[in-house]
Design a protein around this ligand. Sequence first.
Ligand SMILES: *[C@@H]1O[C@H](CO)[C@@H](O)[C@H](O)[C@H]1NC(C)=O
Ligand SMILES: *[C@@H]1O[C@H](CO)[C@@H](O)[C@H](O)[C@H]1NC(C)=O
Ligand SMILES: *[C@@H]1O[C@H](CO)[C@@H](O)[C@H](O)[C@H]1NC(C)=O
Ligand SMILES: *[C@@H]1O[C@H](CO)[C@@H](O)[C@H](O)[C@H]1NC(C)=O
Ligand SMILES: *[C@@H]1O[C@H](CO)[C@@H](O)[C@H](O)[C@H]1NC(C)=O
Ligand SMILES: *[C@@H]1O[C@H](CO)[C@@H](O)[C@H](O)[C@H]1NC(C)=O
Ligand SMILES: *[C@@H]1O[C@H](CO)[C@@H](O)[C@H](O)[C@H]1NC(C)=O
Ligand SMILES: *[C@@H]1O[C@H](CO)[C@@H](O)[C@H](O)[C@H]1NC(C)=O
Ligand SMILES: *[C@@H]1O[C@H](CO)[C@@H](O)[C@H](O)[C@H]1NC(C)=O
Ligand SMILES: *[C@@H]1O[C@H](CO)[C@@H](O)[C@H](O)[C@H]1NC(C)=O
Length: 735
Amino acid sequence: MAWLVFVFFSLIPYLSVAEGLGVAKSGCTTKCGDVDVPYPFGIDPGCSLEGFHLNCSRNATNGTYKLFAGNVEVLEILLPTSQARMMNSISWQCYDNTARNITDDIWSLALRSTQYRVSSLHNKFLAIGCDTLAYNIMVDYKNHQYRTGCVSVCYSPESLTNGTCSGIGCCETPIPPGINYYKATFDKNFNSSSVSDFSRCSYAVVMEADNFIFDTSYVTTTNFWYKNNGEVPILVDWSIGNETCEVAQRNTSNYACASPNSICKDLGVGLGYICNCSEGYEGNPYLKDGCQDKDECEDKSTCSGNCVNTPGSFNCTCPQGTHGDPRSAAGCNKIERSSPWVKFVVGISVGLMVVVILSCLVYFVHEKRKIAAIKENYFKQHGGQLLYQEMKSKQGFTFTIFKEEELKEATNNYDAKNILGEGGNGTVYKGTLENNKVVAIKRCKTIDEKQKKEFGKEILILSQINHKHIVRILGCCLEVDIPILVYEFISKGNLFNLIHSCRAPCISLSIRLRIAQEAAEALTYLHSWASPPIVHRDVKSSNILLDENFMAKVSDFGASVLAPVDEDEFITLVQGTRGYLDPEYMQTGLLTVKSDVYSFGVVLLELLTRRKPFYLDKPDDQRSLSSAFLFAMKENKLEEILDDQIMDVESMNLINGVAELARECLNMEGERRPEMREVAEALDRIRKTMKHPWVQDNPVEIDSLLGEPSNYKEVEMTSYHSMEERAMLAMEPGR
Ligand SMILES: *[C@@H]1O[C@H](CO)[C@@H](O)[C@H](O)[C@H]1NC(C)=O
Ligand SMILES: *[C@@H]1O[C@H](CO)[C@@H](O)[C@H](O)[C@H]1NC(C)=O
Ligand SMILES: *[C@@H]1O[C@H](CO)[C@@H](O)[C@H](O)[C@H]1NC(C)=O
Ligand SMILES: *[C@@H]1O[C@H](CO)[C@@H](O)[C@H](O)[C@H]1NC(C)=O
Ligand SMILES: *[C@@H]1O[C@H](CO)[C@@H](O)[C@H](O)[C@H]1NC(C)=O
Ligand SMILES: *[C@@H]1O[C@H](CO)[C@@H](O)[C@H](O)[C@H]1NC(C)=O
Ligand SMILES: *[C@@H]1O[C@H](CO)[C@@H](O)[C@H](O)[C@H]1NC(C)=O
Ligand SMILES: *[C@@H]1O[C@H](CO)[C@@H](O)[C@H](O)[C@H]1NC(C)=O
Ligand SMILES: *[C@@H]1O[C@H](CO)[C@@H](O)[C@H](O)[C@H]1NC(C)=O
Ligand SMILES: *[C@@H]1O[C@H](CO)[C@@H](O)[C@H](O)[C@H]1NC(C)=O
């Protein structure tokens, strides 16, 4: 009876037969209510492909029609994407506060043995609630079973956020592909009993992701269910049969892509295939003449020029007198016929630009050449040629001529951080060469004209000096106004710092004498190595460097000149350091090796007294160490001036010997001063008569004696290191 009623109603009003729309088979119903029913779907017998029959049923109460596939309502059929939107019920579970029991309604969507599968891309499994563990039990078209799910927990309504579904009040998981059955259930142990004061119910459903935005009221009320009347849309994919295109095409009477100009698309084994119109055609590929030529020219945005529609394509050209790409947004543009005036202006400006660019280029090339020429000039001036020739002729000659840029790079553009020391005539930088070798780089402030010319020659001589107590000169740079010298780097600073900044107890007498003797030997070597002799000119304790073994290395002889042969020539500018300067040289300007002897005498005094050679802030008669010393010697009050750290009864004889030697060195008349060789020999003798020859000086002792950090970074680092050590020792328990 009910069936009869259904048939009766189903015959009359919804029968709007196909009218040129070409979506349904001719003579078949095209719509059910508002929903289009395109072939291969069909309502009437013989109007659909196998597996695509749908029911259209009328609600007797309000007279509306609904489309059903089995018992699932169909909302929409999407032909070009082979999808359909269906209605799906929401599973729920609620906790009853008064009865203290759980009520629930569990739904499943069964599309097994149909042509439909839940779309994995567009749907997700959603669970809503505050004490919810929802399971999604699924079966795919290969009959494989899956179980996924998610947990949603919250402790107060305040912890919920609109729009975020990430485990607080709402959780979601994706859907694997090929699913045609699912059931959403709940774990009864997550039953909202603990949060029932603000959230009693949990919901779970697979639904179209784009149709869901989490709202906090879904947790605290039953809005989610009531708003949707217990049902939400789900997107399903559909396909034809379960064979591949190739297999299906073998039996043309069964092949679904009936239209010419259609293409078949494989979805995979067991999933069948779908049809689509070829490019340039549109319509229903499942109908005999479904795919019709698409009139691309109708859509003005595809072609802004002259559009001619052709089967499967279109011809788009720019109208005569214009050019461009008619298919792009820019479209066709009129070909401008520019006036002669415009042409003239354009021509002039282009010409001007070319001229400006060319002159810039010429200028830069010229500047570069100029700089190169200046460099070349300096190089020649400083006798670079001579050096080059010498270097070529002598093999194993390790002297390097540096480029200006190399040294700039090595010192980080003469960064103040790299300054090792600053003296009257120049600044010494620590530099790291490209091969990671550390060197000391000396930039002089000025040199006189005569020196400039002789520079190459002098450097050549200096570079050949090879003595273990003389700092080696590694190279120089001649491309600059004032040549730059590169020395080996000596790590432990200078004697001046060692003497004058050490805390008590300071270095022992034996080490002081050893350093003095080594320095004396170095000067002896300088004085006797060449003829005319090389005069150091600036012997002082800060020019006696100490290497890691605290061996003396005399440095800074680069400022020295070869003592001139011809007496007339050698009245040079008086140079030197106050306190060390030979008074005779000061008066006459005559520079001899004996000037070095005088300065060395002052160094001996420094070692004996641990006083600085010159005090600006003392009364005139006590300013100079040498005069204070000579005065003390005359008055027989030597003890008053000596460093009490080295004074003891046993070494008094030795000290007197050194003091006597110093006095000889400090003689006002150069002639009467001893030769440097004699000084070195005397020191050697004194050392040999030391009463305790077994007391060897060792670097460890010296290390511990090193006082305040000097300019040398290594020393600073040692002191940091020991601070750290101290801190660590202080932290040790029991200390
Ligand atoms: C028909 O519509 C009425 C009112 O809208 C509704 O209450 C009823 O459940 C519907 N019946 C069916 C079979 O859908
Ligand atoms: C008829 O009832 C259905 C529910 O069964 C409802 O979705 C639809 O809006 C109602 N139509 C009218 C015109 O009231
Ligand atoms: C259509 O409805 C009839 C009668 O209610 C039912 O027997 C048949 O199975 C339904 N077919 C489909 C495809 O839903
Ligand atoms: C069918 O072709 C149209 C246009 O050529 C395209 O937009 C659509 O995505 C295709 N459908 C499928 C399922 O490939
Ligand atoms: C829960 O308790 C109420 C009232 O006692 C009862 O009516 C209902 O049937 C119970 N439900 C279940 C699922 O036990
Ligand atoms: C979330 O949005 C709803 C309205 O859609 C509003 O009533 C509610 O207060 C909002 N919740 C929060 C936490 O902002
Ligand atoms: C609700 O869950 C709690 C644990 O969270 C459990 O002890 C209780 O038995 C559950 N109630 C029901 C009716 O299953
Ligand atoms: C093609 O399909 C039709 C209908 O299913 C069937 O009757 C026919 O035997 C098939 N032909 C071949 C060659 O398989
Ligand atoms: C295809 O479907 C037919 C029945 O419709 C079935 O007999 C056959 O086993 C299926 N083949 C595959 C590969 O699933
Ligand atoms: C497109 O139009 C141009 C000129 O009208 C013609 O030369 C060309 O052959 C046409 N192309 C096609 C594919 O019709």
